[in-house]
Design a protein around this ligand. Structure first.
Ligand code: NAP
Length: 252
């Protein structure tokens, strides 16, 4: 018996990194997966990996900033598997740059992909899940807990994800929906996104310097946190901040 047997999970940004690992781990533990991304080739790889492992998966091209797509994603998932019960709002981007050089266009793009998406996804999930309950897992970051030079827009976006999740958690509980909303805060995780950031800062040893455990995390180590929050074992977790960062934020 899998940890999320019978659950139906929508995972955004599932064509790469943490999203792909979430698809694999949740499928292995019994969930049916709707994997979405703007990267169609990445989605094909995820689909093959899940299918080869014996999991159930469908995929869809989705730009998470496009309001009109969310209804279609939930309805396609419902037609294929039944009412979605887990949403992992994972898709995100990181635009680095000093505040004095940052453009308003880049600022808005950062907020749109990382924050608008989480609002749109959560709203759609609340409408679809209704009183059946479910679990919404929003991927924030350690950057949503503290500041970092050259990452003001990213930190702002991830801080917004953290506080939106808490507000949504309280609202869902007060409405008696049975929907739980939590945020996950990864440290430096070995994915294509972090590879491009490390390239920008010219610091291959950044994970070693910043992380007490002296290594980057793996996407699977984040996926296991999402698995827990998506499962009934987390039935009393609501508005929780789950930090998975090798001790990074434990050190002041
Ligand atoms: P990743 O490997 O770059 O995967 C992100 C996926 O999201 C990519 O396939 C990307 O497609 C897709 N995406 C980008 N914009 C999108 C949009 N508008 N609509 C739909 N999909 C979109 O990154 P990751 O490291 O796995 O990151 C996943 C999440 O974890 C993000 O929210 C990130 O901020 C967060 N996080 C990551 C780390 C880390 O160290 N890796 C740490 C803390 C938090 P393209 O490749 O085509 O852009």
């Amino acid at each position: 018996m899998g940890q999320v047997d019978g659950e139906i999970a929508i995972i955004t940004g599932a064509g790469s990194g943490i999203g792909r690992a979430c698809a694999l781990v949740l499928a292995r533990e019994g969930a049916a997966i709707m994997a979405t991304d703007i990267d169609d080739e990445g989605l094909r790889v995820t689909e093959r990996l899940v299918t080869d492992a014996g999991g159930r998966i469908i995929t869809a091209h989705q730009d998470v900033t496009d309001e009109s797509m969310w209804e279609a994603i939930f309805s396609q998932t419902e037609n294929a598997f039944g009412t979605p019960s887990v949403l992992v709002n994972n898709a995100g981007i990181a635009i680095a740059g000093a505040i004095t050089d940052f453009t308003l266009d880049d600022w808005r793009k950062q907020m749109s992909v990382n924050v608008d998406s989480v609002f749109l996804g959560t709203r759609a999930a609340m409408r679809y899940m209704g009183s059946k309950g479910g679990s919404i897992v929003n991927i924030s970051s350690v950057a949503g807990l503290r500041g970092a030079a050259g990452a003001s827009a990213y930190c702002t976006s991830k801080g917004a994800v953290r506080l939106f999740s808490k507000a949504a958690a309280v609202e869902c509980a007060q409405m008696g929906t049975g929907i739980r909303v939590n945020s996950v805060h990864p440290g430096i995780i070995d994915t294509p996104m972090v590879a491009s950031i490390l390239g920008m800062f010219d610091g291959d040893d950044m994970a070693e310097r910043l992380t007490p455990m002296k290594r980057p995390g793996t996407p699977e180590e984040i996926a296991y946190g999402c698995l827990y929050l998506g499962s009934d074992e987390a039935s009393y977790c609501n508005g929780t901040i789950l930090t998975i960062d090798g001790g990074t934020t434990a050190r002041q």
